[in-house]
Design a protein around this ligand. Structure first.
Ligand code: FES
Length: 167
């Protein structure tokens, strides 16, 4: 269960760079990302692309688990509405991401960290725009509060351990 310790925005270290996962369906979205690469279009290197057969295969448990493990933002990229190769996978993914976004708001992580986009295979510029959008949004929000809480807990554990060793 995700429970941030504080709703306050954590302080971002000066050199902090957000870590973002892009879940791309293997058809249009991945093709758009690939085309962006082939055209040498520049976008921030903060994105790690993970292939999915279809965004409809993205269980929201994976999204929540990624946030729980400290990822700062997630982009879900699927085919255009009406263009999903598995009929309604992207529509289901849209409903799920909307629900998870509301959940993230409720628990203090901020739903703006999760973005869904629909692309055709030719929409490389849109892919790049949306990557820039999520990276900038997440940069302005700061690190995932769960990551900050985890590193504070780690520091506290290390201090307690050092104290115990020096006694
Ligand atoms: Fe692309 Fe379903 S195949 S979203």
């Amino acid at each position: 269960m995700i429970r941030p310790e504080s709703k306050d925005k954590p302080d971002a270290p000066a050199a902090w760079q957000p870590e973002i996962i892009a879940f791309c369906c293997n058809y249009c979205a991945y093709a758009a990302a690939d085309l962006a690469g082939a055209r040498r279009m520049q976008y921030p290197p903060n994105i790690r692309v993970i292939h999915l057969p279809c965004t409809g295969k993205l269980a929201m448990e994976y999204v929540l688990e990624a946030f729980e493990k400290g990822i700062d933002g997630i982009l879900v990229a699927g085919c255009l509405e009406g263009g999903c190769h598995f009929q309604e996978g992207n529509l289901r993914a849209r409903k799920r991401t909307d629900k998870v976004r509301a959940m993230l708001d409720e628990i203090g992580i901020d739903g703006r960290r999760l973005l869904m986009v629909n692309l055709s295979a030719a929409m490389a510029p849109t892919f790049v725009e949306r990557v820039n959008e999520i990276v900038n949004t997440v940069r302005s929000l700061g690190p995932n509060p769960l990551k900050a809480a985890d590193s504070r807990a780690k520091c506290a554990r290390e201090s307690a351990h050092e104290g115990a060793v020096s006694e």
